[in-house]
Design a protein around this ligand. Structure first.
Ligand SMILES: *Cc1c(COP(=O)(O)O)cnc(C)c1O
Length: 361
């Protein structure tokens, strides 16, 4: 069996060890004589999966019981609306740091629900090339919250330090959650769709702090309310059990591999390899991204012509690589190197980049 070197931005590669375990357990999950797909979400077998995933996520993030881990459907895009529904009350303003497509969508939804303020917007000549520093932001005093997108999947930018704020800080970490150890206690709410760095599509993970939960509106429709998810331990209705099970396996895989410190080491090696090649051939590979905002999850670059970009993507396909095309809104090339992507695959891309620059440059 040859595994495709999958550099897709999401859904993306899942660790082989996780897939193998899932395959192994598929017909008989823990002696139940059925798969976890068929188990009741009220069964003790499923309950153990659900609780372990919550506990492991807390352990990896280094947070205590003042935080609650919740599992929701609807993708990260539902969070754009759900967050504002819960926290953007009448007469209040929420601050948004706009750094790309996803934060634009987040603020758009917030403005349907209430009043949102663009506290920073790093778009320049139609491009997002960096993340803002605290000094770049025009924060609203007493804002309901500040929302940021920690990694910009399409633009290829990432925060390497987070702005200092004195109101609740919220992050969409869909494309870089658990890429390295962070001080999660800086955040009052973190959410992430699973399909980039945590597992398959179908579940969105939320990590919410007690005191923020207390500020959430009452009287919302049940499925829109964070209080329902926390109060019922994400079992108010049928949860996306199979994606949660796979997220749980991915978390165990992370722990077994040495946790987030080990993950960061590999992720930095991967990113540095690609950026190293780009920096070595600046006339051939150009980066639209400012150096101190370079993403270690989505590495974007341009070649001298669109024709060469197409050739590069085709050469990748030939070598067993997919997903090297940039997002249709920005063009160019993108290599998504999430946690599950092995260093050996990234070496293969970097060698192909070198060869291309030598031959075509
Ligand atoms: C992919 C992505 C989303 C959208 O996720 P869905 O689960 O498809 O709604 C939101 N934010 C970021 C940062 C993303 O990368």
């Amino acid at each position: 069996m040859t595994r495709t070197m999958n550099f897709n931005p999401g859904p993306s590669s899942i660790p082989l060890a996780v897939l193998e375990e899932v395959k192994e357990e598929l017909l008989d999950f823990q002696g139940t004589g059925m798969s976890v797909l068929e188990c009741s979400h009220r069964s003790p077998e499923y309950d153990a999966v659900h609780e372990a995933a919550q506990a492991d996520l807390k352990e990896l993030l280094g947070i205590d019981d003042s935080y609650h881990v919740i599992f929701m459907g609807g993708g990260a895009s539902t969070q754009f609306m759900m967050l504002a529904s819960n926290l953007l009350k009448e007469g209040m303003v929420a601050d948004y740091l706009v750094t790309g497509t996803w934060s634009k969508k987040a603020i758009k939804e917030a403005n349907i629900i209430g009043k949102a303020h663009t506290a920073a917007n790093t778009e320049k000549d139609g491009k997002f090339t960096r993340c803002p520093k605290t000094a770049d932001c025009d924060f609203t005093k007493g804002a309901a919250y500040v929302h940021l997108t920690s990694n910009n999947t399409i633009a290829g930018t990432q925060y390497h330090s987070f702005p200092e704020v004195d109101v609740p800080l919220i992050a969409d970490m869909s494309s870089d959650i658990l890429w390295r150890p962070i001080d999660a206690t800086k955040f009052d709410y973190i959410y992430a769709g699973a399909q980039k760095n945590l597992g398959p599509a179908g579940v969105t993970v939320g990590i919410i702090r007690d005191d923020l939960l207390a500020k959430c509106k009452d009287g919302l429709p049940s499925m829109l309310s964070y209080k329902t998810f926390v109060g019922k331990k994400s079992l108010y209705n049928t949860p996306p059990a199979f994606p949660i099970y796979m997220v749980g396996k991915t978390l165990k895989w992370l722990k077994k591999g040495g946790g987030l410190a080990a993950m960061e080491k590999t992720n930095r090696q991967k990113g540095d390899l690609l950026y190293g090649v780009m920096d070595k051939h600046p006339g051939f590979f150009s980066s639209p991204v400012e150096k101190d905002s370079r993403s270690y999850m989505n590495v974007v670059f341009r070649l001298p012509t669109e024709e060469l970009e197409q050739q590069f993507i085709a050469a990748g396909k030939e070598a067993g690589m997919i997903g090297l095309k940039g997002h249709r809104s920005v063009g160019g090339c993108r290599v998504s190197i999430y946690n599950a992507i092995p260093l050996s695959w990234v070496k293969a891309v970097s060698e192909m980049m070198e060869e291309f620059a030598r031959k075509q440059g």
